[in-house]
Design a protein around this ligand. Structure first.
Ligand code: ATP
Length: 370
């Protein structure tokens, strides 16, 4: 008991060995996770991975089948919703249509039995906080989707809960509003310092908002890490593939830290594999570095490959280029080259090119299962 008591002091939310079954379907499998006070954590994963189920278990909207949840050192596993300490925002806003904006925000405060003067002051403060100071007398239907979601946010934090839960809060909004509200939510969260858990299937949203991302797949946690860790150091092929875009190359481990890409033996950061082992090696399109054809082709250079540029697709801030060539064997790589690089090397379909695959950006995973 000693060690668990000591560590429960440091984590605000602590989930231990959580399972959730729906009949004989296991939606959450042995989930353990600790979230620090003030952290903004995103649950990210494909549809059906269990992220909403986990959020609902934290809120008590659906009780877990096994396992425990502690909040601020208190076991809340079996507590009814009303006795838990959280505010929640849903995708669908879920405002009361027949109440004014003010009354919507005041709802939780009235339930908590706060005085009229206190409620009036707090509602004004919250309207200000979400930049809707002059909208209090309107009804939800008179506001845009983005404004309604800001009201839902104000309502969720009205009683200053210890935990803010956001269930795909931006999914129903159009792209421009979504990006704007991303910043607003993040700023508000920082200002309030409230521990926040957000469910999303939008990786850009998770990468841009979260302090840490919990990547889920088929009811288990695949990886927990900061956005840069998740993106730069994916722990599994699933994560490498799900977050951002990546090349996947069938490869063989040659020797310590060596592997094949096409017909070439390259250096990599791969470790923990046996010589001769089949792996899938990944490299992100933007990590492939273009050089003059024939450059850096010294015998000692184990990161360079001669290729031919195929189709080039203009994507605004870069060119996505299809690369093939004898040294690549059957492999096709996609590389993102900056506009400057394309100009400097006069790249076009048919150009010969040398590419550098930096050793630390070649990340290997066991082939045939991750
Ligand atoms: P989405 O982004 O589509 O909402 P999700 O990751 O949030 O996906 P969950 O809603 O948590 O996924 O669902 C996880 C799995 O549990 C799914 O396969 C879903 O069909 C199943 N599930 C969820 N709720 C129930 C329920 N009440 N009864 C039976 N199965 C359920």
């Amino acid at each position: 008991y000693k060690s668990s008591e000591a560590s429960s002091v440091s984590s605000y939310l602590r989930i231990r060995n959580l399972y959730k079954n729906f009949g004989d379907f296991t939606a959450l499998k042995d989930i353990s996770l600790e979230i620090e006070e003030g952290e903004f954590v995103c649950f990210l994963g494909p549809s059906g991975c269990g992220k909403t189920t986990l959020l609902r278990a934290i809120a008590g909207l659906d009780l877990q089948s096994f396992g425990s949840i502690e909040q601020a050192g208190r076991d809340i596993s079996a507590l009814p919703i009303a006795r838990r300490d959280f505010g929640i925002v849903f995708q669908s806003y879920a405002l009361f249509p027949n109440l004014t904006i003010e009354r919507n925000i005041a709802f939780g405060l009235e339930n908590a039995g706060r005085s009229k003067t206190e409620i009036t002051g707090r509602v004004a403060e919250l309207l200000d906080l979400v930049d809707l100071a002059d909208q209090g007398k309107k009804y939800p239907a008179q506001l845009s989707g983005g404004q309604q979601q800001r009201i839902a946010l104000a309502r969720a934090i009205a009683t200053s809960p210890g935990l803010l839960l956001l269930d795909e809060p931006l999914s129903a909004l159009d792209a421009k509003v979504r990006v704007h509200l991303r910043h607003q939510i993040k700023e508000l969260q920082r200002k309030l310092g409230v521990t926040t858990v957000m469910v999303t299937h939008d990786q850009e949203e998770a990468l841009s908002m979260a302090d840490r991302i919990v990547v889920m797949n088929h009811g288990v946690i695949e990886q927990v890490g900061t956005p840069t860790e998740i993106y730069r150091e994916p722990g599994s092929l699933f994560v490498a593939d799900f977050i951002g875009e990546t090349n996947q190359i069938h490869s063989t481990i040659t020797a310590a830290n060596g592997l094949t890409v096409g017909k070439c033996a390259l250096r990599s950061a791969a470790h923990g594999f046996a010589q001769g082992q089949q792996v899938i090696v990944t490299i992100r399109p933007e990590d492939i570095i273009p050089h003059e054809p024939g450059s850096r082709r010294a015998e000692s250079d184990h990161s360079a490959l001669a290729v031919t540029v195929g189709e080039m697709e203009f994507l605004g801030s870069f060119w996505r280029s299809r690369l093939t060539g004898a040294e690549l064997g059957d492999e096709v790589l996609y590389a993102d080259f900056s506009i400057n690089a394309v100009r400097r090397l006069s790249l076009a379909a048919g150009s010969a090119l040398t590419i550098e695959l930096p050793a630390d950006r070649l990340i290997a995973f066991p082939a045939g299962g991750d």
